[in-house]
Design a protein around this ligand. Structure first.
Ligand code: ATP
Length: 209
């Protein structure tokens, strides 16, 4: 087998981090993870469920164990996807900057990008220490139906609105949200954009009723 020349720099894998509440995981999450893999040439995507979401009500949040189990079911057939419950081990609010710093320290041989839906871009300015987070990790985004943020809507100083919007890609947008999934289940309506094994888990564990 041919050996790499000694002065060839090693190829650093680039991993996408997809943070969210995943309450529950749905086809929109899988679609942006796949689009990010393709569009940004990632080697893998790690799904990182939030333990204690800073910006969402805790009421109606399924347990950490249930949300993690559902992610694992949803990605079971995707060899390049993994679930990483790193935020479950940290007390207090789950801040992205803490996760990014921890992963950089744990994996100095890897590069990371953070994946979000377009609806999240106007929220980044409200995240913990956004102006320290932004230089630490490239944030790439995929379109979400009904969300086309303008630079002004990002409420961030230059160069961040232009930088972030330059990394917004069309993907294959799916009009689905966890909120709609929960509402559909509570109302007994069909919820088509949830992977079948996840729907089975929801029924078996009587979630979101
Ligand atoms: P909820 O309805 O409970 O607010 P959600 O469906 O937005 O939840 P989250 O787990 O909060 O799901 O989302 C995690 C990440 O996935 C966020 O960056 C969000 O923008 C993105 N995302 C979720 N659904 C979609 C979708 N249908 N299209 C594009 N991005 C999405």
């Amino acid at each position: 087998m041919a050996r790499a020349a000694p002065d060839t720099p090693p190829v650093r894998p680039t991993l996408g981090l997809l943070g969210g509440t995943f309450n529950p995981v749905h086809a929109g999450h899988l679609s942006i993870a796949r689009a990010a893999l393709r569009t940004f040439g990632l080697d893998a995507v790690w799904f990182i469920p939030c333990s204690n979401p800073p910006h969402k009500p805790a009421a109606g949040l399924a347990s950490n164990a249930d949300r993690l189990a559902m992610i694992r079911l949803a990605i079971a057939d995707e060899p390049r996807f993994a679930a990483l419950p790193i935020e479950f081990d940290r007390p207090g609010k789950s801040y992205t900057i803490d996760t990014v710093l921890a992963l950089r320290a744990l994996h100095p041989d890897k590069d990371f990008v953070f994946i979000v839906g377009a609806d999240t871009l106007p929220e980044i300015h409200t995240w913990h220490r956004p102006l320290e987070l932004l230089p630490l990790i490239r944030i790439v985004s995929l379109a979400r139906p009904g969300h086309a943020p303008t630079p002004a809507e990002l409420h961030l100083p230059p160069p961040w609105p232009a930088t972030l919007l330059a990394d917004l890609r069309p993907g294959q947008p799916l009009d689905v949200s966890s909120r709609d999934v929960r509402a559909g289940i509570a109302a007994g309506r069909p919820v088509p954009l949830v992977p079948k094994p996840v729907m089975r888990y929801i029924q078996e564990h009587n979630l979101y009723r």
